[in-house]
Design a protein around this ligand. Structure first.
Ligand code: RRO
Length: 340
């Protein structure tokens, strides 16, 4: 997503665009309106399927009392893709200073992805005129009986083949929508290079969002001797501060993989996972993020979080004498080896 940095603060310091992570405060028109009225630089809908879904039985979301982490197994509850397209259409055509508009779409099957694209590009409704980007969610950890597509590299390539060749090329003639992938955390360094070499074949994919929640955690209530959520025997995706080191590793792993690829790949990176403070955003930018999205902390604090994070980020930049993101982005240093 090419959501532009903002520099509307007192010091004229550039701040990366900050948006909501899909799934957080974005499932109904009411919550999307709240985001729309907030200072978020962009909004992203709840991941949508072709038809509305109830999702998994409750309890399906839990916050640690000390805000250490969240665990969820929502199971993709959403009001169906048309609902979110109608919401964006109700905002009218985008004006210059309006927020960036992203539609998150589930990847349940290639047929369903194609059907949703047909709706987006429908020539009567012209929904595509009202949105900027599609974020394909290849990483929902909570679909009972279904694995995470982005861990199956062969299946991911086949899906990309169909989507890009039969749909993106066909429909992008009307309006150039950006397409990106929401990825799960990878835990082995070679996986960044494998995913980068797959993405290199699909220039229509212009951004990745890393990471989705960390699959799978389990939390236990010691009093009741029970899991804190019900679905999947209590297992769910982890978010919140404990996942920040994983998101930093994934942002930096992809930043290096794209830069080292021959030819160098220009795929924007949205850093997501564990942002609680402006310092966390500074770390993600150092690791290579172009912009960031906030999940658990938005759920805990509400949309006021965007102003606080922006202020904190700019305070760090100011204290360090930086004013531009290019002075920071990807400039992470590796600790020098010490000879004993
Ligand atoms: O709805 C969910 O259970 C869910 C989704 Br679609 C996702 O992408 N990530 C997540 O942690 N939960």
């Amino acid at each position: 997503m090419s959501c532009k940095p903002s520099n509307n603060n007192n010091w004229m310091i550039e701040c990366p665009a900050i948006v909501n992570a899909s799934g957080c405060m974005c499932d109904t028109k009411k919550s999307l309106t709240e985001l729309n009225q907030s200072s978020a630089d962009g909004i992203c809908t709840k991941t949508a399927t072709i038809n509305p879904r109830m999702g998994n039985p409750s309890p399906r979301y839990w916050e640690h009392p000390d805000e250490l982490f969240t665990i969820n197994s929502m199971g993709l509850p959403n009001l169906g893709v048309k609902y979110y397209l109608e919401y964006y259409k109700s905002l009218g055509l985008k004006q210059q200073l309006d927020q960036h508009r992203c539609l998150s779409l589930a990847v349940m099957s290639t047929e369903e992805s194609v059907a949703m694209l047909e709706l987006v590009y429908d020539s009567t409704a012209e929904y595509c005129k009202y949105i900027d980007a599609i974020e394909w969610n290849l990483s929902c950890p909570n679909l009972v009986g279904k694995g995470i597509l982005a861990y199956d590299f062969a299946a991911m390539s086949t899906w990309l083949d169909t989507i890009t060749s039969t749909c993106i090329k066909k429909y992008n003639q009307t309006k150039q929508l950006e397409h990106g992938l929401k990825l799960p955390p990878y835990f082995e360094p070679y996986q960044f290079d494998v995913v980068a070499s797959i993405l290199a074949k699909y220039p229509a994919v212009t951004f990745i969002n890393t990471i989705n929640s960390v699959p799978n955690g389990l939390e236990i209530d010691i009093d009741t001797e029970s899991t804190v959520i019900h679905p999947k025997n209590g297992m769910g995706g982890l978010g919140g501060p404990i996942v920040l080191p994983v998101s930093l590793a994934n942002v930096n792993g992809f930043y290096r993989a794209f830069r080292n690829h021959s030819p160098v790949m220009h795929v924007n990176i949205i850093g997501t996972g564990g942002i609680q403070t402006g310092e966390d955003i500074f770390k993600l930018v150092l690791a290579g993020a172009d912009m960031v999205s906030v999940g658990s902390q938005l759920m805990i604090e509400g949309p006021i979080v965007f102003d606080r994070l922006r202020t904190e980020f700019c305070e760090i930049m100011h204290a360090k004498g930086y004013y531009s993101l290019s002075q920071v982005k990807g400039r992470l240093k590796v600790a020098a080896a010490v000879t004993l």
